[in-house]
Ligand binder design. Structure first.
Ligand code: SF4
Length: 211
């Protein structure tokens, strides 16, 4: 795929989903960081149903750093993988308190040094909390669409992101973080994608190979 083709596809997706945005609920950057960590292997919908209860009990990095781990596990339980998520969130909050005066750091490097925070989470926080996108968060929808349409043949999220960054102009990083997810939820679903009604079917490698 050329940069020109990639740009055209991205512009079509922006037209298809003009209202695409982050679907996690949050009031500040720390709440967002907690919500993104919880969203691993869990739907945003379930995270949004769980975080209000969590934040009623525990809200600041100090409170997360000091909460009893069993209590935190109980609160996070609906989001799955609660042992690991509780351990990471508590350790992450501790570092924020000790190293960053209770604030969420503003760089990819610092974010990725926190427990439970990989490149995908750091990308989401840089975009949604600091409005300074540094890359493209490759989740399950983004991965599927990048492979199907033909942006990347790779399987590893980090490599797919690098292929996307080579093809897509930086001015679209913000939109791309949302439109792939929305296209994946609404049209290019994992099972039975709605290819016949998809406006990208003429450009899509997957669809053209089936035809
Ligand atoms: S044509 Fe089908 S596989 Fe290709 S992007 Fe559209 S829905 Fe997905």
């Amino acid at each position: 795929m050329t940069k020109k083709q990639a740009t055209h596809i991205v512009e079509e997706l922006i037209k298809m989903y003009p209202d695409a945005k982050c679907s996690l609920d949050f009031q500040n950057e720390f709440e967002l960081l907690v919500a993104v960590i919880l969203s691993a292997q869990c739907t945003d919908e379930r995270v949004n149903k769980t975080t209000p209860t969590i934040f009623k009990v525990c809200h600041t990095p100090e409170e997360f750093a000091n909460i009893d781990i069993k209590k935190l596990e109980e609160l996070l339980h609906p989001c799955g993988f609660y042992h690991n998520k509780a351990k990471n969130i508590k350790a992450m909050a501790n570092i924020l308190v000790e190293k960053y005066h209770g604030k969420v750091p503003h760089t990819m490097e610092e974010l990725q040094s926190l427990p439970g925070v990989g490149r995908k989470t750091a990308n989401v926080v840089m975009l949604e909390a600091f409005h300074n996108p540094q890359g493209i968060a490759v989740d399950t929808h983004c991965k599927r669409i990048a492979n199907r349409i033909g942006f990347s043949k790779k399987a590893e999220p980090e490599k797919i992101e690098q292929d996307l960054l080579q093809l897509i102009p930086k001015k679209y990083y913000q939109e791309v973080n949302h439109i792939f997810i929305w296209h994946g939820r609404n049209t290019c679903t994992a099972r039975n994608p709605k290819c016949e009604e998809c406006k990208l079917n003429k450009e899509c490698k997957y669809y053209q190979e089936q035809a």
